[in-house]
Design a protein around this ligand. Structure first.
Ligand code: NAD
Ligand code: ZN
Length: 361
């Protein structure tokens, strides 16, 4: 057996208001006055001085606001990297991502692409990155994806949606300040939170599970139940704190295992219809009782408790070609199916079954 040796985030700070310590944390990493820190910030914060006024800019430091209407693309990373190279006198001291999974992934990818040649799409895959990226810091403002802790950055390229999985991808520093999530709208809170719940179920029910993944998966699973079923009447602050830690544990759990069927099928939806990750996972998971009976039952309970209405019939208008493309994308994610259904997964799932599942969504 050849066990994988994973990198982890080497430094993390947790606490309400810990965002105020950012400048103290990063200042020793400044390489020179000509080497700025570049902040990639979700544009939802553009007019939110509560957050942006606390970013202290020195020398040539700058904020680039990022639209998250669509999920990150390899071409978007290329454009950002070019813009940064053209506008700075020296290679930046670091990249700081402030936002949900989309902005965190962009920050990781930009840090890598500032030190590696060629186009971003060439690095989609496993261990294709040659040089360490720039110092990069992740500051989540939305909890659930686990992007703050993972070894990948998920990008849509010209011919696939696939992460840059590498030892250089994880953040050098993460700031976990649950207060930053206080204004997330309820439906988005639910969708991204369910991403974490689904990570825990797919990891815990998968064949790749080991004790390392199980301990993290159990933690994420229990925290999500506390947060989303909230039978112990937690305060808003407590749910924010707990969901941020659930996200971390969910991410840690899949480091050593894998996600499963909901993610495979949701990648198909995303590629063909542009459905975003959180809501796409919810739409799919709602129909997977055959594979994850206990998890889906809990999911439906949570959905009801928070009055969440998922879109219906999103695949009804697809052409034959689009449906085939969707099935191919989903089926192509072999490790996800193998984790979910075992080595003989090809005998346990067919294109026909996938099509009938998609048509229910
Ligand atoms: P997101 O980053 O796309 O953000 C969703 C919405 O929430 C946006 O409109 C954003 O503006 C808004 N938002 C974020 N923080 C807010 C705040 N504090 N207040 C108000 N609004 C706020 O959503 P997400 O679900 O966090 O991330 C999805 C992305 O993460 C996808 O691209 C997916 O592929 C990726 N992902 C990556 C990993 C990984 O390991 N790298 C894992 C899972 C998902
Ligand atoms: Zn996910």
């Amino acid at each position: 057996m050849n066990y994988k040796n994973f990198p982890m985030v080497p430094r993390v700070i947790f606490g309400r208001g810990s965002f105020n310590q950012l400048s103290e944390i990063i200042s020793p990493k400044r390489l020179s006055s000509a080497a700025p820190f570049i902040y990639l910030v979700d544009d939802v914060f553009k007019s939110n001085s509560w957050l942006t006024s606390r970013i202290s800019l020195s020398y040539d430091d700058r904020i680039i606001y990022i639209s998250t209407k669509e999920e990150p693309k390899t071409s978007q990373v290329d454009t950002l990297v070019e813009e940064i190279i053209l506008s700075t006198k020296a290679r930046p001291s670091g990249i700081i991502g402030i936002g949900g999974g989309s902005v965190l992934d962009l920050a990781k990818a930009v840090s890598i692409m500032l030190t590696n040649e060629g186009e971003t799409r060439l690095y989609q895959g496993w261990d294709l990155v040659k040089n360490p990226g720039l110092y990069h810091v992740g500051i989540p403002t939305l909890s659930g994806t686990g992007a703050e802790v993972s070894r990948t950055t998920v990008l849509t390229g010209p011919d696939k949606k696939l992460g840059i999985n590498s030892d250089f991808t994880p953040f050098d520093q993460v700031v976990l300040d649950p207060e930053l999530t206080k204004d997330v709208p309820c439906d988005q809170w639910f969708y991204t939170g369910m991403d974490c719940f689904i990570h825990s179920i797919e990891s815990l029910k998968g064949t790749y599970l080991n004790a390392f993944s199980k301990t993290y998966g159990d933690m994420a699973f229990n925290l999500c139940q506390e947060v989303f079923l909230n039978n112990s009447a937690l305060s808003k602050e407590e749910t924010e704190d707990k969901l941020m830690m659930a996200s971390w544990h969910g991410g840690m759990s899949i480091v050593y295992s894998q996600v499963g069927i909901a993610h495979a099928m949701s990648y198909g939806l995303s590629y063909v219809l542009g459905t975003k990750h959180g809501i796409g996972n919810c739409v799919v998971f709602d129909h997977l009782e055959e594979f994850y009976p206990e998890g889906v039952q809990l999911f439906k309970k949570m959905k009801m408790k928070h009055n969440i209405e998922l879109p219906q019939g999103i695949c009804a208008q697809l052409s034959e070609e689009e449906m085939d493309a969707m099935i191919n994308i989903a089926m192509g994610l072999e490790p996800l199916w193998e984790n979910a259904l075992g080595k003989n997964w090809k005998k346990r799932i067919s294109s026909k079954q996938l099509k009938s599942l998609y048509l229910k969504m």
